[in-house]
Write a protein that binds this ligand. Structure first.
Ligand code: AHR
Length: 524
């Protein structure tokens, strides 16, 4: 949970330097991407395409879960079929739960066993609503099985105990006989779920306990000691609560003070938001759009600098950088509960997703997991629901189009492009990343965030030759365009015919504010 003072903004100077370095070649007015097809080394983990679902507003209740026996909304054991189908199509690789800030108030034992006997609690972070605990561990893991996705569970550090956390891991993962595995079996689940990803608290610097980095490092050491790397059914990832945006001290202290044998990942949270002026999700000005884009592009600097710190302590890259909360954050939709963070999702969000995922792809060596906030009805959602109706958002389409990069070999790109200028400020207009799939196809994702100018992008292929190119595009005439329950397909991908191949050069015509994913068939 944020206050306006919370995010340490990057200095104007560092942003300027990053922009200047990236775009020094723009005087020619040319946009050029060198795609190094022969320099692939790192795999883009599919887990950077992960999602996050908190007990917040209508994310869980109404979003995923409508209750067993709901006759109006088709469901499997209370979980909406339409949402599951949509997310499966997007190939959702992992799902983080139960929070967020909620995680450090959550006591998992309240959410197991017969529903009539489950105690309720107050969701203190998100509107003071009563949480009846009808969606708990079994329901979440059922959801993950229906989705075919890996669970990522964040345990309670702020108001929980080491014992409570360790018992949760045992309940979920232990195959042998123990008090917790016996309890699990009594509640109807014979086999362990084998959950690999565990977050050790959330935002420990804020809603997770207002701790200092030094204090949390010690707390982390204690918790991680009792959650052994082998959680009873294989190796676990213990993920430390990470920095907020540019809080480099946090990462430095964790990397320095936590023995790396206790640590598989360190988180980072960054929202593309001006906390003092969030703006409407759909009725925003170009200046507000520009500001959001500037903040989304800051992810490049953040990932680079946090990675550089990690590099010093862990040159072998054992510890992953896990950006487990990112996305746009605007004013809530008029008339909706301000604590529920329900916002629409426009082409602006598609641009955030496109550039952010390109950044993650390009840092695949260290960024091995990430989670968009949040999947359904909250913040930069990929799915919105209204009773029995459901729509997918522009962000959904970008995630689905980019699924071609999952577990593919990252191919380094060198991007030189024009600037998107507004007033006396400018940021790079073009962003790109590329990968090679197991079938040999190369995919290149390109984003032109400039709403006022189309761009011709020249992609030079190095180290391979290509026989044909196809593509898909997401574009719309206005940056404010979005899908509604009345017009669910206003923004959707289309076949792209604006790429022409000549030898090893591709000329790509990118409309204003567009995301293009190209598929290049290679000569053998
Ligand atoms: O995603 C909403 C909130 O943002 C999360 O609960 C918290 O971790 C972050 O401050």
């Amino acid at each position: 949970m944020r206050k306006s003072s919370r995010g340490t903004l990057l200095s104007a100077q560092t942003v300027f330097l990053a922009v200047f370095t990236c775009c020094a070649a723009t005087a020619l007015g040319q946009n050029r991407v060198v795609l190094n097809a022969d320099l692939g080394r790192d795999t883009i983990s599919r887990h950077i395409y992960g999602h996050f679902s908190e007990h917040l507003g209508r994310c869980i209740y109404g979003g995923y879960f409508v209750g067993e026996g709901n006759a109006k909304i088709p469901n499997t054991r209370g979980i909406r079929k339409d949402v599951v189908e949509a997310l499966k199509k997007m190939k959702i690789p992992n799902l983080r739960w139960p929070g967020g800030c909620f995680a450090d108030t959550y006591h998992w034992r309240d959410g197991i066993g017969p529903k009539a006997k489950r105690p309720s609690m107050v969701n203190t972070w998100w509107g003071g609503v009563t949480e009846d605990n009808s969606f708990g561990t079994h329901e979440f893991l059922d959801l993950c099985e229906q989705l075919g996705t890996e669970p990522y569970i964040t345990g309670n550090v702020g108001s929980g105990t080491v014992q409570e956390f360790a018992q949760w891991v045992q309940y979920v993962n232990f195959a042998g006989i123990s008090p917790m595995s016996v309890l699990r079996k009594e509640h109807g689940r014979e086999k362990p779920w084998k959950v690999r990803f565990w977050g050790i608290g959330n935002e420990a610097w804020g809603c997770g306990g207002n701790m200092t980095a030094e204090y949390y490092a010690n707390v982390y050491r204690t918790f991680a000691t009792f959650i052994p790397a082998d959680g009873g059914s294989g190796p676990l990832w213990r993920i430390a609560s990470g920095a907020s945006s540019a809080d480099y001290h946090w990462t430095e202290v964790l990397m320095r003070d936590v023995p790396h044998g206790l640590l598989e990942g360190i988180a980072l949270h960054h929202y593309s938001v001006d906390w003092d002026h969030k703006s409407s999700a759909t009725k925003f000005t170009e200046a507000e759009y520009f500001d959001t884009m500037r903040r989304a592009l800051q992810m490049e600097e953040l990932v680079t600098k946090h990675t550089n710190i990690m590099e010093r302590y862990d040159p072998e890259k054992k510890v992953a950088l896990v950006v487990d909360e990112w996305g746009g954050w605007y004013d809530v939709e008029p008339g909706s509960n301000p604590a529920f963070l329900y916002q629409q999702n426009s082409m602006r969000d598609a641009m955030i997703a496109g550039v952010t995922l390109n950044i993650f792809n390009n840092h695949a060596d260290r960024v091995r997991m990430a989670n968009l906030a949040q999947t359904v009805n909250v913040l930069q959602a990929v799915v919105l629901t209204d009773e029995e109706r459901m729509i997918v958002t522009p962000t959904y389409h970008v995630m689905e189009m980019y699924a071609v990069h999952h577990d593919a070999l990252m191919l380094p790109v060198d991007v030189r492009g024009e600037l998107y200028a507004l007033g006396d400020k400018s940021i790079p207009a073009l962003s790109a990343s590329a990968s090679r799939g197991t079938d040999g196809t190369i995919h290149c994702s390109l984003v032109n965030i400039d709403p006022g100018h189309s761009r011709e992008v020249v992609v030079e292929l190095r180290g391979a030759s290509c026989s044909s190119v196809t593509g898909r595009i997401l574009a719309s005439s206005k940056i404010q365009d979005h899908n509604t329950f009345e017009a669910p397909d206003k923004v959707k991908p289309a076949a792209f015919t604006g790429a022409k191949l000549s030898g090893t050069t591709l000329r790509v015509q990118m409309p204003p504010c567009s995301v293009v994913v190209l598929s290049l068939r290679m000569n053998i």
